[in-house]
Design a protein around this ligand. Structure first.
Ligand code: HEM
Ligand code: NAG
Ligand code: NAG
Length: 512
């Protein structure tokens, strides 16, 4: 080695040492500052050590992961979790891979995450998990980008809020008549998914996907389901989502995008040929959003985001409602009486008809209570913060949540807590919404989430589902549970979990 090389080597080594030392000093300094900050927050809010910890037998918490994985495959993840959470406090600390995280079903704590301390939390790995499918859309955005999306989309939903029911008419007719000639046992669940695919694409694209014919509808539907399912899997992998990225995933995402682009091009072409007014009348969602963001890709990403948010959620809600009704014939009869009395034999309903059906609303609330779609959710603390309950000897004192820690929260389990809903919390009893006993429920019921990120499609979902369920119950007076289909206790029926929770065995009924 000659001398110049030797010199170079020394210089590089010194440089590396200096950089490392600088990095270590910076690390110690910031982590000390961070520790001081954490300490200050802890003191200011009188935080105490958490009372409940989910214990694990294997190092790194691998046994917990393994058991959850088994329960998931056996289609009973929530029942498994309920069993393990029952003896613990509503907020527990969890250790996984040597890192601390949290899981809560406490409405007061969830309220802090969703609203009171909203700014302290972010979506964490959700963004990376969703990005290949959802791109720059409201579901994977935080901060200013999310705020902008929210504002643009909020306007869209405000515009349609008071529309009459005619937008749903054809889709509901198709849904109900699907079963007109059905003999024997039928599964209603797939029809619910077809129905919400039509209504939601009609809302977003300006025309329902069905108008493209059966083959293309199927291609789009299959690709959409596949992309959603794989996205859900990536979300469960959290920070490790990059490990799961098969080429079939990309292919499905591309198919969905191709169709979304098709409708956007159509809308823009229409504007060029027939003018702004005509185009807006036919494609209001696309045109308005395009005027706002001025970029086809951004419009397309938002369309796919809202389709994902609105399609499966509402389909599952409808399917669970019918699933529950056939298992409670006396409640079904009560609902049928209400629908008959209000509709007076008509099959075209108005919003006014639906307003006069309080029992239907109670049935839907009760379904959303037991089967909230988006049943579990995660937020990551962007800075050290606190939750009001879970610490100290009584478990009622505030606890410290450190920067970077994840907080999982389960609306599903919260909605079944006896402290909130009483001893019969696991029973399907729509009447509880009509007696005034839940007038104080507040944040104990939040199927649509709450605070600044509350669901934008709440009214849309409620309206389309109410209309479809009412017409379905009206059309099939013999609707019932087939003999031999087991009615398991609520919560113990097989469930499949993607981003939403659906019945793993569908919704099998007899109609004649
Ligand atoms: C039963 C039906 C539905 C349920 C239970 C439901 C539930 C939810 C929940 C829990 C969130 C919050 C997610 C989070 O922040 O992590 C959400 C967000 C959202 N939902 Fe819904 N949803 C339903 C139907 C719909 C429909 C039909 C649409 C649109 C057509 C829709 C559009 C949205 C949008 C755009 C967001 C994102 C809001 C934001 O991040 O600011 N949802 N929904
Ligand atoms: C359903 O729940 C909502 C809260 O999200 C409440 O405002 C409404 O009154 C409930 N409806 C019925 C019929 O109880
Ligand atoms: C309803 C609920 O769960 N809790 C809170 C969520 O956010 C709003 C404000 O943004 C609060 O008013 C709720 O109490």
């Amino acid at each position: 080695m000659d001398s110049s090389n030797l010199e170079l080597n020394a210089v590089i080594q010194i440089l590396i040492c200096a950089l490392t030392a600088g990095w270590i000093i910076k690390y110690i300094y910031t982590s000390r500052r961070q520790r001081q900050y954490d300490e200050a927050i802890s003191n200011a809010h009188k935080c105490q050590p958490v009372r409940s910890t989910l214990s694990n037998k294997w190092p790194l918490g691998l046994d917990l992961l393994k058991k959850q994985y088994d329960a998931f495959n056996e289609r009973r993840l929530f029942a498994f979790q309920a069993q393990h959470l029952a003896p613990l406090d509503a907020t527990v600390a969890i250790w996984l891979f040597g890192q601390q995280g949290w899981f809560t079903t406490d409405s007061k704590n969830i309220e802090y995450i969703n609203a009171t301390r909203f700014e302290d939390y972010g979506l964490g790995s959700r963004r990376d998990g969703c990005l290949p499918f959802l791109g720059e859309g409201i579901f994977c955005q935080d901060g200013p980008a999310w705020k902008h999306s929210r504002e643009v989309l909020r306007r869209q939903f405000a515009r349609i809020q008071y529309n009459d029911l005619s937008a749903f008419e054809d889709h509901v007719d198709t849904f109900v008549s699907t079963f007109a000639d059905a003999k024997g046992i039928v599964d209603v669940q797939p029809a619910c998914f077809r129905f919400t695919l039509s209504t939601t694409t009609a809302l977003l694209f300006g025309e329902p996907i069905d108008d493209l014919g059966d083959t293309m509808t199927k291609e789009f539907g299959d690709a959409f389901d596949d992309a959603s399912e794989k996205t859900a899997l990536r979300l469960r992998l959290a920070d490790l989502c990059f490990l799961y990225n098969p080429s079939s995933y990309k292919a499905s995402c591309d198919v969905v995008r191709k169709y979304a682009d098709h409708f956007i091009s159509k809308a823009i072409k229409c504007r060029g040929e027939s003018g702004e007014k005509e185009a807006f009348a036919r494609y209001p969602f696309i045109i308005d959003m395009y005027n706002e963001v001025g970029d086809v890709q951004r419009v397309r990403d938002q369309l796919i985001n809202v389709l994902l948010a609105g399609r499966d959620t509402t389909a599952c809600m409808m399917s669970w409602a019918i699933f529950m009704l056939v298992r409670h014939p006396e409640k079904l009869a009560k609902l049928r009486d209400e629908i008959y009395a209000v509709s007076e034999g008509k099959t075209t309903f108005t919003r006014n008809h639906l307003v006069k059906m309080p029992y239907l609303k109670a049935v839907i609330n009760e379904t959303l209570r037991l089967y909230p779609q988006i049943p579990v959710n995660v937020r990551i603390a962007l800075k050290t913060t606190w939750l009001p309950r879970g610490g100290g000897a009584d478990g009622e004192q505030p606890i410290l949540i450190r920067k970077g820690q994840g907080v999982g929260f389960s609306t599903y389990h919260m909605h079944r807590r006896k402290e909130i809903y009483g001893e019969d919390a696991n029973d399907f009893r729509p009447e509880r919404w009509m007696t005034g006993e839940l007038s104080e429920v507040g944040s104990g019921f939040m199927p649509f989430h709450s605070g600044p990120r509350i669901c934008l499609g709440k009214d849309f979902a409620f309206t389309e589902a109410s209309y479809a369920i009412a017409r379905f119950v009206q059309a099939y007076p013999e609707l019932r549970l087939p003999d031999g289909v087991e009615a398991l206790p609520v919560g113990l029926e097989p469930q499949s979990l993607t981003i939403v929770v659906s019945s793993a065995d569908g919704c099998k009924v007899l109609l004649n």
